[in-house]
Design a protein around this ligand. Structure first.
Ligand SMILES: Nc1ncnc2c1ncn2[C@@H]1O[C@H](COP(=O)(O)OP(=O)(O)O)[C@@H](O)[C@H]1O
Ligand SMILES: [Mg+2]
Length: 311
């Protein structure tokens, strides 16, 4: 049990002292000399050494992406992981979905260990990320039916479900049968979410599902996420760097900075921490006060390359 858990509620997910490090190519000596370090969130380099460096392999540098993180998520909760680019959100999601194994610590999903009971955990979870891979020449319908077959859902049932979900997400009927490569990123993201819900994931992991979407699609995805929790009895972990989204959607929010949780509370609780002169602080101000940094909104996702993804 971790300090953030409330024993009276059923835990869907328990993350206990998890650490994940990566070996990355060391910076060239001339850049180190110049004191210019690669900034992780697009801001100017500050000349400080990264805080988490241990012994790395030769010519490599050890980067701690997730640095001793502990938290629990309760059943039917929408749990937000909020942090700037490079703060470790995707690494955390990959650890929760068994795509990566923790270097230290344990993760359990409904009491099952991600390492020991990997297959059983896989059956309970589903991950949606911006890198969702599709067959680009195939339509959403074909992609979804293919996905359904992999999961043992019948074609007819999958077709019915897929149409229903995509309809609710505002996907035009004609788009359902045209190639994925002709669709906007927002549309593709909706299809990825629909695919995750062809099966009945008990724990849904959404890695920045609304990043790069237009405001309207953002709202559609957000209300869909809310609906899924209500109608599917799902527990949802969602990462975002959008303060308003976290505020509107999440029951609790963990603020991640440099691989560490700097705060974990309800949106209201977070705001209460920084009350000044009667004016209610925004989450933006909370983040600033907790980390001393601005949370950079990166709405035009430059690193998303559909041609690379849609293979
Ligand atoms: N596969 C990997 N190999 C090496 N470094 C990685 C890898 N994945 C993530 N990192 C590093 O870990 C840190 C956290 O990255 P990530 O989890 O992608 O953050 P976020 O999703 O919040 O942007 C970054 O410094 C990133 O460069
Ligand atoms: Mg990420």
């Amino acid at each position: 049990m971790t300090e953030n858990s409330i024993p009276t509620q059923e835990a869907a997910l328990v993350v206990d002292n998890v650490i994940k490090r990566f070996n990355v190519a060391a910076e060239p000596w001339w850049r180190r000399l110049a004191g210019r370090r690669k900034a992780t969130n697009g801001q100017a380099a500050n000349g400080h050494d990264a805080p988490h460096k241990l012994k790395a392999r030769r010519g490599k540098e050890l980067v701690t992406a997730v640095a001793d993180v502990s938290f629990s998520v309760y059943r039917r909760e929408i749990f937000g992981v909020l942090g700037p680019n490079g703060s470790g959100k995707s690494t955390l999601i990959r650890l929760l979905s068994t795509l990566l194994l923790p270097d230290e610590g344990t993760i359990t999903v409904f009491g099952l260990d991600v390492e020991r009971d990997e297959m059983a955990v896989k059956r309970l979870i589903n991950r949606v990320s911006v890198e969702a891979a599709f067959f680009k020449k195939l339509s959403p319908k074909e992609n979804l039916l293919y996905g359904a077959r992999l999961y043992g859902v019948s074609g007819k049932e999958a077709d019915r479900k897929a149409r229903e979900i995509l309809g609710r997400l505002g996907l035009r009927e004609s788009s359902y049968t045209s190639p994925m490569e002709d669709m906007s990123r927002g549309m593709q993201q909706k299809v990825a979410i629909a695919r995750a819900f062809l099966t009945q994931p008990v724990l849904l992991l959404l890695d920045e599902p609304t990043t790069g979407l237009d405001p309207r699609s953002k709202l559609e995805v957000q209300s869909f996420v809310n609906e899924l929790r209500d109608t599917h009895d799902a527990t949802i972990v969602i990462t975002t760097h959008d303060m308003n989204e976290a505020d509107a959607l999440c029951d609790r929010i963990a603020i991640l900075d440099d691989g560490k949780i700097v705060a974990l509370d309800t949106p209201a609780g977070l705001k209460r921490r920084i009350r000044h002169n009667g004016h209610e602080p925004t989450l933006e101000e909370v983040f600033m006060a907790l980390t001393g940094k601005e949370l950079v909104e990166k709405d035009d996702v430059t690193d998303f390359e559909p041609e690379k993804v849609l293979s």
